[in-house]
Design a protein around this ligand. Structure first.
Ligand SMILES: *[C@@H]1O[C@H](CO)[C@@H](O)[C@H](O)[C@H]1NC(C)=O
Length: 305
């Protein structure tokens, strides 16, 4: 059994990183245009320190309870779907929440089962279980049309959600979308290496994103994930889709976003490749791109009906 270092869950410490991660959210509307011209007026609605508040829980029959935070507001709502091993308190989740708050739109973030404050056992997590988590959040907590913002693994899962809930999922934003990614990477290994992983039951991948310097992926996780692959045939999703990807991504190659765009049946698909961004896309300019993209899709959804 793989054990995951606690570093992977390093809780977001309130106030600590605000100095450099906070972005002045400049939407195209009213007051914010003024702020854009006068950056010194910088966003006064951003609290000096984010409010510490507790999470809520979604109980489900026969499934682990999910921790979430929900902000009430206008439609469409926005749901942030985190990446592998990430919890609801990552930089992108919090920055997007602040942005939605400033616009007055509904927003939800949550922890997958086995992650953060949700119940469940991390080592038992599968793409299929986390897919169900996303559907539970959409079904039980989200009212009306939603824009899903999926990061990495969350980008893969958001396509599953759009396929399963076309009436509710109105638009998608993928950040370093990891569609099929672990399966694709596994299949690229040599026959010998694959055999060895199958025998050991575990695939150890070097990474700079955990303290111990490795991800431990169960062989069974890969096998289960194969059932959820999307890129082998047309993806039946027909809403506006925006795919953002860093060209310095060393976890999920940016070509994955091109493949997704190619396979999806929607024709309203834009891809933005950022030459200098890495997998996490959490630098100031990345966050700004993400929130502009949300703002733009809100405009599109609210003016096209
Ligand atoms: C996320 O932040 C909330 C406070 O907003 C806290 O209650 C919760 O424990 C944090 N979750 C994790 C996994 O650190």
């Amino acid at each position: 059994m793989a054990t995951f270092g606690t570093a992977a869950f390093a809780a977001w410490a309130p106030c600590r990183s605000l100095g450099w991660t906070t972005v002045s959210f400049v939407s195209h509307r009213g007051l914010s245009a003024l702020l854009a011209r006068n950056p010194m007026l910088a966003p006064s609605w951003l609290p000096a320190c984010r409010q510490k508040s507790t999470v809520s829980f979604l109980s489900r029959p026969d499934l682990p309870k999910l921790a979430y935070k929900k902000l009430k507001g206008k439609s469409p709502g926005i749901i942030f779907i985190p990446g592998y091993l990430s919890n609801m308190n990552g930089t992108k989740a919090l920055e997007i929440e602040e942005f939605c708050k400033s616009l007055g739109h509904a927003f939800i973030r949550f922890d997958y089962s086995g992650v953060g404050n949700s119940d469940g056992i991390l080592e038992e997590g599968t793409v299929g279980k986390w897919r169900k988590d996303v559907l539970s959040i959409i079904d039980s907590l989200a009212d009306g049309p939603q824009i899903l913002v999926g990061s990495s693994l969350g980008g893969w899962l958001m396509f599953h959600a759009a396929i399963a809930r076309p009436e509710k999922v109105a638009a998608l934003i993928g950040i370093a979308t990891a569609a099929d990614s672990l399966v694709t990477q596994f299949n690229q290994l040599s026959v010998e290496v694959k055999k060895e992983i199958e025998m050991k039951g575990e695939w150890v991948i070097p990474t700079k994103y955990t303290e111990e310097g490795t991800y431990h992926i169960q062989y069974s996780f890969i096998k289960e994930a194969e059932h959820h692959c999307l890129l082998h045939s047309p993806i039946p999703v027909n809403c506006p889709i925006r795919l953002l990807h860093g060209m310095k991504d060393d976890i999920v190659p940016w070509h994955t976003s091109l493949q997704v765009a190619d396979r999806v049946i929607s024709t309203d698909v834009d891809i933005v490749l950022r030459k200098d961004s890495d997998h996490r896309m959490k630098e100031k300019a990345d966050i700004q791109l993400i929130v502009y993209t949300i703002d733009d899709l809100i405009d599109k959804l609210t003016t096209s009906t």
